[in-house]
Design a protein around this ligand. Structure first.
Ligand SMILES: [Zn+2]
Ligand SMILES: [Zn+2]
Length: 239
């Protein structure tokens, strides 16, 4: 490896914001390169949740999950599909202490916030919580690192304490959506302060929407007036 290559690799490691989160091309002071930013505008998603859908589907196509069960959150949005380099970054950000990615990831969320939720008067920002035992083990909640920065940039109140995870759950990746919902049913509890509040709920990944759905139910049960979900990445809806 030449000095130049080494320097470039080191820059990518220590200054991940110099490279596109999605493809790794140079993207100085921006979360995405120009090509990925353009590609993002042609992505299609389910009108009720954040799942991406094939470009061949009609405008009113609902993903299979939403066809079976109308979600309780007001809306959900994600920046990009959970795949490729972005997927690797989100895994490193969540499990491998690579918290330096929080700035470019939050910058990406701010773009989606401006595009999709412009004009909505939010009262507060709430991250999807981790169980306290998991938090001690990991040392940080990846969703909260993002929500903190979004609160700072938007000036909105940040209330991580408004939603709690009362039970730890086994990893959900292996479970189908129905099983996830069953597992997560009573996992989240919201405080009475959420009553009448329009909330922005932040997560890193919107997989099947089961976590967002459970959080949203807990918040609405306590009287929240609306829950808007915002995640960095989402899966593709399978036909
Ligand atoms: Zn790119
Ligand atoms: Zn959907």
């Amino acid at each position: 490896m030449s000095f130049y290559q080494w320097q470039k690799a080191a820059a990518a490691l220590f200054f991940p914001q110099r490279h596109c989160l999605n493809c790794g091309a140079l993207a100085v002071d921006r979360p995405l390169c120009v090509a990925c930013e353009q590609g993002r505008s042609s992505l299609r998603h389910c009108p009720l949740c954040a799942s991406f859908i094939a470009a061949t589907e009609t405008e009113r196509y609902l993903c299979p999950d939403c066809r079976h069960h109308h979600p309780s959150f007001t809306a959900a949005a994600a920046a990009l599909p959970y795949e490729g380099r972005l997927r690797e970054i989100l895994i490193a950000f969540k499990y491998q202490q690579r918290t330096g990615f929080r700035r470019p990831l939050a910058a990406l969320l701010l773009e989606v916030l401006a595009e999709r939720y412009a004009g909505i008067a939010f009262n507060a920002i709430v991250p999807v919580p981790l169980h306290p035992a998991r938090l001690r083990q990991r040392g940080y909640n990846q969703a909260e690192l993002l929500s903190q920065l979004i609160a700072k940039e938007t000036g909105l109140p940040h209330h991580p304490e408004w939603l709690q995870r009362s039970e730890d759950t086994p990893p959900l990746a292996e479970l189908g959506r129905g099983e996830r919902l069953k597992t997560l049913r009573s996992v989240f509890t919201a405080v009475p302060e959420v009553a009448g509040q329009q909330l922005l709920l932040i997560d890193d990944i919107f997989t099947t929407g089961a976590t967002a759905e459970s959080c949203s139910r807990a918040l609405l049960q306590q009287g929240a007036s609306g829950v808007y979900v915002l995640a960095v990445a989402a899966g593709y809806a399978l036909p």
